[in-house]
Design a protein around this ligand. Structure first.
Ligand code: ATP
Length: 803
């Protein structure tokens, strides 16, 4: 925002050093013609958010001199203007120039005589002023359009700068409304809430206050309703909001933003209007954002259609093929698994859920082989190629890592869902390509949100066979909904749950622990060191020291990427923000003064650092939650973009990030459990304290523990683990189950009744011991808490040896 004491620099643009293609940020070299600052040189570097700056153009910049740590003094502009002619003669010359075809000197004179030297601003602000001059419609249009083209963008950017929007937001606003941006904002600033990602009610309301929009204006009230609904659904993952919560929160927002009482009736009236204009959907006392309501409806309708068009293959043929497959791969499927394969082949749609080691991958392999046998397809990937003859069975997962794991476990090509659908942006309003018919298997389904699933279903061929696989007890998707859990609990679609643990590894105690936690139990041996897991009890202030010691011992025995700290919170002594630099200082220290290092916010990056991608970027095939390694650091001086650059390798996919994009990743030695979904690590270190008690839920630690492939180190307060297993996850409020049940009506299928399975027979002795007998005594916590090395002494060297 412009402040009172600001300096100006007027000058000619000698060169544009840098322009960010995604926003308006630019770095310019300006030859000074006039300025209020004391500047020893003829040229100055000016930075800021500018529209269509032209080399050789003359501009005036308003701002102040700042001292850049690297580049010294430069001028940071908050505002700028194109030097427009300021004399009558100059203006007449300008308007009659060939920039404005059809406007001759006479007309130009008439305009300037009547509107004065501020004519351009007046015309741009209110084109109607030309009417009083008797200009015909054609001339008026040419003049206004050309002025807009030449100066309109600048006007908009200046206007947006005046409202205090950053370069990124200004770019988004301009992209949305083009030269109408300021008109839209002046007419109804609350439109920004729904239209522009990153603008909420408070921001829009501050603008509205400047524009003298009253606190009880209906635009203001509906703006607050939309914002509250969006915040509620985004924040909770729910797909609707209860009426009374919505009204209460909206009133809070309206009252706190301007410190004034609001009549609840006004909010109710506004809500009715929003319903009438179809911006929100009211279903009884549940209020849905329209987009989510439509997405859920769409999912139910598509699944219904998928289920109706089916023609079941002959059961005897399936059974015969399955027998052959069992022989081929040397597996005796258990009755539930066999049933799963049969139903999956018979039905056009099928869901498979189960905890770790229950045989989901083994069943997928069976389905693929039986399907291939019945359809006479070869599974030899060498017989296919990507372009002309793609592999006939499609395997996909929501993240790059999960799809890579799918390839590893099945030996078949798999891709991300985005890649499969050709999605190059995120999925809320996107038209995907249509997939061919055949078999599509989607793994890690618990991570798929309402929008992505809707998009996936809309791109399916009518004759496709769709199989969804996942673990319903894991954390739900980051985006709205709990699609997989809802599809399963609707009981209108064929599905099978696997509960019997097949992983026959006598030394593995992680899987039984995961299953026990999922049942809400902690095993009696929780604190006793096992060959593949240990628990180091310590108070919060010693977490860092214990984690550091574990990492030191593990270092060199595991690949750097294979050691992963997972934590529920960012802040606090056991939080991600503290553990990341700690792990970095051990695993990738600054070896000498010459070690290349760059800073960004609170973090330092060096070559070899493990980083985590924070946003989806389907265009470059890298997704939220993926882990990469910094391969190169290019200082601004050597970089083409003239800003510092980092090159990151995401599993063979090398991407370069300019400094302005560095907020898209972060250090990844420690990550949140949510971000680790879909990935597995050889060694997982899981520190928990009661500091994060508000976050602790059963599905959170279940998800964390199931990320550990070979070794699991639990650190901290056992009471935090105890609390976590007893706290069930908050069920998300969604409308999908109901919509599915409505769509399927009487035709609902009862889920196939599973032959009775005895859970966990494979590791019976451990499981028996594990059940419910865990007791935590206060003495245990206290005595162990004194020494962070407790437990370490018992650790067998084998615990840190990769298999
Ligand atoms: N019917 C069976 N008979 C013998 N072994 C089996 C059977 N089913 C699965 N297994 C074995 O159990 C182990 C775990 O199976 P699988 O990897 O398919 O489970 P999963 O559910 O995919 O596990 P995760 O979710 O942990 O990846 C594998 O070694 C597999 O070969």
């Amino acid at each position: 925002m412009a402040t009172l004491e600001q300096d100006t620099v007027t000058g000619r643009i000698k060169s544009i050093f840098f322009q960010n293609p995604t926003n308006f940020y630019k770095i310019l070299l300006v030859e000074i013609t006039a300025t209020t600052i004391t500047w020893p040189e003829a040229e100055i570097v000016v930075t800021g958010s500018f529209g269509d700056i032209k080399e050789d153009g003359v501009y005036t910049f308003v701002g102040h001199v700042i001292n850049h740590p690297k580049y010294g003094n430069q001028f940071q502009a908050d505002n700028y203007s194109v030097e427009k002619p300021t004399t009558k003669q100059g203006l007449v010359q300008y308007l009659s120039s060939d920039k404005f075809p059809g406007i001759g000197e006479k007309t130009a004179e008439r305009i300037v005589d009547s509107l004065g030297v501020g004519a351009i601003d007046k015309i741009l602000k209110e084109p109607k002023v030309l009417r009083q001059l008797g200009l015909n419609a054609a001339k008026t249009t040419t003049l206004v359009e050309n002025l807009k083209a030449n100066l309109g963008m600048e006007q908009v950017i200046i206007g947006l700068n005046d409202y205090g929007f950053s370069s990124n937001l200004a770019a988004k606003i301009y992209q949305q409304y083009q030269t109408d941006a300021l008109d839209v904002i002046e007419e109804n600033p609350y439109r920004l809430i729904g239209d522009i990602d990153g603008i909420g009610f408070k921001r829009a309301d501050a603008i509205a206050a400047k524009l003298n929009i009253t606190p009880d204006d209906p635009m203001r009230i509906s703006g607050a309703l939309i914002d509250t609904l969006q915040q509620q659904t985004d924040g909770t993952g729910d797909t609707y909001c209860q009426l009374d919560t919505l009204v209460k929160q909206t009133i809070n927002l309206l009252e706190s933003a301007r410190n004034i009482a609001i009549d609840p009736n006004l909010v109710a009236d506004s809500l009715i209007q929003l319903g009438k204009s179809n911006q929100v959907i009211a279903d009884g006392k549940r209020i849905f954002p329209k987009r989510l309501f439509d997405a859920e409806n769409n999912i139910a309708a598509r699944l219904k259609r998928l289920m109706t068009d089916a023609e079941a293959p002959d059961e005897a043929a399936i059974k015969k093929a399955l027998k052959t497959v069992e022989k081929e791969i040397g597996i005796d499927y258990d009755p539930v698994q066999r049933d799963a394969i049969l139903t999956a082949i018979k039905e056009p749609f099928f869901m498979l859920t189960g905890g770790p080691g229950t045989g989901k991958t083994t069943v997928i392999n069976g389905i693929v082989r039986v399907y291939a046998a019945l359809n006479d397809l070869s599974l030899d990937i060498n017989k296919y190629n990507d372009e002309t003859k793609p592999f006939p069975i499609m395997l996909a997962a929501p993240t790059g890592r999960a799809s890579k794991r799918m390839t590893e476990t099945t030996g078949l090509p798999a891709s991300t869902i985005h890649r499969l659908l050709g999605l190059s942006v995120d999925t809320q309003d996107f038209e995907p390509k249509e997939l061919p018919d055949g078999l599509l298997i989607v793994d890690e389904m618990s991570m798929v949100d309402t929008y992505l699933f809707r998009t996936l279903l809309n791109s399916l061929h009518a004759d496709i066979k769709l199989i969804l696989v996942g673990d319903k007890d894991q954390l739900p998707s980051v985006g709205p909904g709990q699609v997989f859990a809802d599809l399963l609990s609707s009981h209108v679609l064929p599905s099978q749950e696997l509960t019997h643990i097949h992983r026959q590894d006598a030394t593995s105690s992680i899987i039984p622990l995961a299953h026990a936690i999922n049942r809400g139990e902690l095993p009696a041996d929780l604190l006793k060191p096992q060959a593949d897991r240990s628990f180091f009890v310590c108070p919060p202030e010693q977490i860092q020291s214990v984690v550091a010691q574990v990492i030191q011992k593990a270092q060199g025995k595991f690949a750097p990427l294979a050691i992963q700290i997972l934590a529920p919170m960012y802040r606090g002594t056991a939080g991600i923000d503290a553990l990341n630099p700690l792990a970095q200082s051990i695993l990738n220290p600054k070896k000498s003064e010459r070690t290349k290092e760059v800073e960004s916010g609170d973090q330092k990056y060096r070559i070899g650092d493990k980083v985590l991608q924070l946003v989806n970027n389907p265009e470059q095939n890298v997704f939220n939650g993926e882990i990469g390694v910094i391969q190169g650091i290019t200082p601004a001086k050597q970089a083409e973009s003239k800003t510092d650059e980092l090159t990151i390798d995401f599993d063979g996919n090398e991407l370069t990030y300019k400094r302005s994009d560095w907020q898209k990743f972060t250090l990844a030695y420690a990550t949140s459990i949510h971000k680790a979904q879909g990935s597995e690590f050889d060694l997982v270190i899981l520190p928990l304290t009661l500091q994060s008690r508000r976050m602790l839920r059963r599905n959170l630690i279940y998800t964390a523990i199931t990320r550990a492939k070979d070794f699991l180190i639990l650190v901290g307060d056992p009471r935090a683990f105890e609390l976590a297993v007893t706290q069930m996850a908050d069920n998300r409020q969604t409308g999908l189950v109901e919509k599915l049940q409505e769509a399927f009506g009487d035709h609902s299928v009862t889920p196939p009744v599973a032959p009775k399975q005895t859970p966990e027979t494979a590791s019976e002795p451990e499981v028996e011991e594990a059940k419910g007998s865990y007791q935590l005594t206060p003495e245990l916590v206290q005595t162990q808490a004194i020494d962070p090395m407790i437990g370490m002494a018992d650790l067998t060297p084998a615990a840190f040896m990769p298999k």
